[in-house]
Every structure is written in structure tokens, then in C-alpha cells.
Write a protein that binds this ligand. Structure first.
Ligand SMILES: [Zn+2]
Ligand SMILES: [Zn+2]
Length: 242
């Protein structure tokens, strides 16, 4: 560690983004706060990642939920996974990362995503794509939290990440301000693939921070599939439990 780094750490030691406790390493959150996170561990539905209260079906040794076992269930995503439940604690974590400039959390959160996405890595991924922000929102916020995660995941996995191929082509209201019915209309045709040749035939992994009803992710996946993606998986930090 160089001398300047030691001086900076002495004057401004790294602190836990959640509780403010001084950290010995620069990882972003203390161990006590990590233990507060409600990680979504097995059993989850192999396809949609929804935690299972009761196992509805087992297909080729994979557990499936009641929705995914339906024969005509249309699968936009190959697999979908989330690392933890969206509750009061994780909400603060996600909002700190998203709006309050706690970008130092990206490396740790990407590691958490990496573990949550183990079934996805097993099937293979060719390209990591974040859910984009409209450029007007990007200017206002200065960074796209999902792009930071995609970039860090790229470093961890040696899979290419592309922050420019999927574009948000019109402004939308925040999905949290919309009813379930409005959400569909709100994001309809809001995304476009700028260079379809960069998507064609690829197994694409879509990255976002929170999965609420999945409407945004589905709209992105539709654009990616139209552009010729071989498959689309979805990996998010948090999932709203219904
Ligand atoms: Zn803490
Ligand atoms: Zn399912």
C-alpha cells in the first residue's frame, strides 16, 4: 500500500455504507450489516428464481414453481435470479448504491451477484448487459448503478460487458410510481438495441438492481431477443417478494 493511501485511510478511513463503522478493508459494508441481508437461498424455482414455499414440480432434478411448470408458459428468460429479498434493510443498501454515490459498493455487490448467478454461469454467458438509463437521467445521476455492476461482473468472470448496446430511447416515469397496469404501458418500446450484430446469437445476461414485477426486465429482454439474442438471463441484486 503506498504512503498516500495510508495517509488518506488514516484521515478518512473507509466506513461501512450502512452503519458508518470504520472498516479494516475497503469492501463497503461491515460483516454485521452483511449478516442482516436476507439472502435468497435454496430452494428457488430453477427458471424464475422465485423462492419456493412448497415444491410444485421437479423436472430433470430442477425444482419449478407453479407458474413455470405450466406447459404453455412463455419463457422470455432462460433463467432469472436475485441475490436477496427487497426489505427495509436491503432497500437502504440499494438506494445508497443507486442514488447516494456509494459507488464503492459495486465490487462487493458484483461478488454477491456472482454467487447468486451460479446456475446462469453454469449454462454459459457471452455478454453482460445492464438495464440502461435514459441519457437525461444519466446526466442527472452521474452514473448508472447497473452499468457499474455489469462492469465489475465482467472483471470477475472475464465475460465481456457492454454498456452501450441496449439503449433507453425515451424517458419513462419511475416504475415504483406506477400501478401494475401502468407499468406495462410506461416501459412499452422504451428500449432499443443499437448494434444488433453485437447481440446476434449471444447468450446475454441482463443486470438490474431490483426486480419488482419484472416489467422493465421483460421489455429489455424483448428488445434483446428481437435483436437476435440466443438467450437472455436476468440477474438482480434484490427481488420484491409478492
Ligand atoms: Zn455496518
Ligand atoms: Zn418459476
Amino acid at each position: 500500500m503506498n504512503v498516500w493511501r495510508r495517509i488518506i485511510d488514516f484521515i478518512l478511513p473507509p466506513r461501512c455504507a450502512m452503519c458508518g463503522k470504520i472498516l479494516r478493508t475497503d469492501k463497503g459494508i461491515c460483516d454485521d450489516c452483511i449478516s442482516e441481508i436476507e439472502f435468497l437461498s435454496s430452494p428457488v424455482c430453477y427458471h424464475c428464481g422465485q423462492p419456493l414455499m412448497a415444491v410444485d414440480a421437479v423436472l430433470h432434478s430442477h425444482l419449478l414453481c407453479g407458474e413455470c411448470i405450466k406447459p404453455h408458459h412463455r419463457r422470455l428468460f432462460r433463467l432469472s435470479r436475485s441475490a436477496f429479498a427487497y426489505d427495509d434493510f436491503s432497500k437502504k443498501l440499494v438506494l445508497d448504491f443507486k442514488f447516494r454515490d456509494h459507488t464503492e459498493l459495486a465490487a462487493l455487490l458484483a461478488k454477491i451477484l456472482y454467487v447468486a448467478g451460479r446456475d446462469i454461469w453454469e449454462l454459459g454467458v457471452d455478454l453482460i448487459v445492464p438495464v440502461p438509463l435514459h441519457y437525461t437521467r444519466l446526466i442527472k445521476r452521474k452514473y448508472n448503478q447497473s452499468s457499474l455492476l455489469a462492469k465489475e461482473l465482467g472483471k470477475l468472470t472475464a465475460v465481456k460487458s457492454d454498456n452501450f448496446v441496449l439503449r433507453k430511447i425515451r424517458r419513462t416515469k419511475p416504475q415504483v410510481e406506477c400501478s401494475a397496469a401502468q407499468r406495462l404501458v410506461n416501459v412499452k418500446n422504451a428500449f432499443a438495441v443499437r448494434h444488433p450484430e453485437r447481440i446476434k446469437g449471444k447468450r446475454v445476461l441482463l443486470i438490474d438492481d431490483v426486480l419488482t414485477t419484472g416489467t422493465t426486465a421483460k421489455e429489455c429482454a424483448t428488445s434483446l431477443r428481437r435483436a437476435g439474442a440466443k438467450s437472455v438471463d436476468c440477474l438482480t441484486l434484490a427481488r420484491v417478494m409478492h
